[in-house]
Design a protein around this ligand. Structure first.
Ligand SMILES: [Zn+2]
Length: 334
């Protein structure tokens, strides 16, 4: 386990990208959606477990936005064989996804109970599979639980609209155990909990101290544009600085391939800085939201998956707030 490499020590972007995209593609996370459209008709999630290090598997989401074709299979989840039982990181988008994840875990590591399920944050693609697991094993922060209790119904309504039948029977299940900063032993492993914020009001980092793997939830994204519906950009940037200082072997981001070099931190930080600067400039120049949505995306970010969609969504999420901040009480009429 080593500290994340400095910028100069990292592999060239091209080399890293090629290797990781191949790894990602090999995991079934390819560019054209589901391996088989027949699966979509039957509402089956074609989940694949990819071993990323000792006793640790990632289940990669597709680099897409929610759709009735992908059933919301857009998020990374993970599981770890902790000797006496299995530890799960996030549960996916729907009850059906949670059940498919559970089946995949049972097929990969037969005969072991699931003894801990971590929820990294309250966004629906990370927690709506909770129903497939014993509530007493599900752990998250108190702030996350409060946020999910507040937003769960609205999230579910929105996902029913986007995903249709994939969501059938899905309800909000709140964590049965609350976590603060610290460390807990689960099976033969110990997991370090670091509560941060910025992507949402409560984002929990989980680190397996045996392998050094950091599960970042949506505090970092790789090759996929970050999402901002609940974001506080300044808080998020300081969370990324805290992550940068951590001693980790690799990061599994909430979306995108596994990240052995910390590139998800720098990529997310660079994107958020560009996003905020661009939107501030657009507000200052008096652009309408529609004009802002049409702005060019620089080449540094134009290759990120779903960047145009997420940029437009970010204008919707952040523009009014920035206008209020920048004009600070001056009446704006447009
Ligand atoms: Zn999220």
């Amino acid at each position: 386990m080593g500290r994340l490499l400095s910028k100069s020590e990292r592999l060239s972007e091209r080399e890293l990208s090629r290797r990781q995209v191949l790894q990602w593609a090999a995991a079934g996370c390819v560019f054209s959606g589901f391996p088989s459209l027949a699966n979509a008709g039957k509402l089956l999630y074609p989940l694949t477990a990819s071993k990323i290090t000792d006793d640790t598997w990632a289940v990669y989401g597709l680099p897409e936005y929610f759709s009735s074709e992908n059933g919301g299979h857009i998020v990374n989840v993970a599981f770890i064989d902790a000797g006496d039982g299995i530890v799960v990181i996030d549960t996916g988008t729907s009850k059906r996804f949670g059940e498919a994840l559970r089946s995949l875990i049972e097929a990969t590591i037969p005969g072991k109970p699931i003894i801990r399920v971590y929820n990294t944050h309250h966004h629906p693609d990370h927690v709506f599979g909770n129903q497939a697991f014993d509530r007493q094993t599900i752990a998250g922060t108190a702030e996350m639980r409060t946020a999910l209790e507040r937003d769960g119904t609205a999230f579910a309504d929105n996902l029913y609209r986007l995903l249709g039948d994939w969501m059938r029977g899905t309800d909000t299940v709140l964590p049965g155990k609350l976590l603060a900063a610290g460390e807990e032993t689960v099976g033969n492993r110990s997991f370090i909990h670091t509560p941060l914020a910025g992507h949402t009001e409560s984002d929990l980092l989980i680190q397996d101290s045996s392998t050094g793997v950091l599960f970042s939830g949506d505090l970092s994204f790789l090759y996929r544009a970050p999402t901002t519906p609940s974001a506080d950009l300044a808080v998020w940037l300081s969370a990324l600085n805290a992550m940068q200082a951590m001693d980790v072997s690799m990061i599994l981001p909430g979306h995108g391939p596994v990240d052995p070099k910390g590139e998800s931190i720098t990529q997310t930080r660079d994107y958020l800085i560009w996003l905020e600067g661009t939107l501030r400039e657009a507000v200052a120049e008096g652009l309408t939201m529609n004009e802002a949505m049409a702005l060019d995306i620089p080449s540094e970010f134009s290759g990120l998956y779903v960047v145009r969609t997420e940029f437009e969504r970010s204008v919707v999420h952040l523009y009014r707030q920035l206008e209020d901040e920048i004009f600070d009480g001056i009446e704006v009429t447009r």
